[in-house]
Design a protein. Structure first.
Length: 112
């Protein structure tokens, strides 16, 4: 995959995640699609697992395609992701984020 402006794929993932507003979530697949690499959702997950700046890159706002959170959230323990999302007003039903209410529309992003 060709990179824009020699920016690494991970850096581009972080740029997208930085722009997810509080109270909203995106899926790994959405982020990959925004970056022009729709089959790279697993690589998005790898990037977020290596988040170099969790205070400014809110990876807790990224969930899987079913609205499920990570079972082993990398920054603060298994329940920390849920706590952070709930603090932003995101609610859960059957341990899943209601994507119809809280998922950010991919059209809100330009291609990175």
């Amino acid at each position: 995959m060709k990179q824009k402006n020699n920016t690494s794929f991970f850096a581009r993932v972080y740029d997208v995640v930085k722009n997810i507003p509080a109270g909203k979530v995106m899926t790994y697949g959405q982020i990959a699609k925004v970056l022009g690499a729709p089959r790279f959702s697993q690589i998005v997950g790898f990037a977020l697992h290596q988040n170099p700046d969790p205070k400014h890159i809110p990876c807790h706002r990224v969930v899987n395609r079913y609205g499920e959170i990570s079972s082993a959230f990398a920054f603060g323990g298994a329940n920390q992701q849920r706590k952070l999302l709930e603090a932003e007003g995101v609610t859960f039903e059957n341990d899943r984020v209601d994507l119809s209410k809280f998922q950010l529309n991919t059209l809100d992003f330009i291609k990175y």
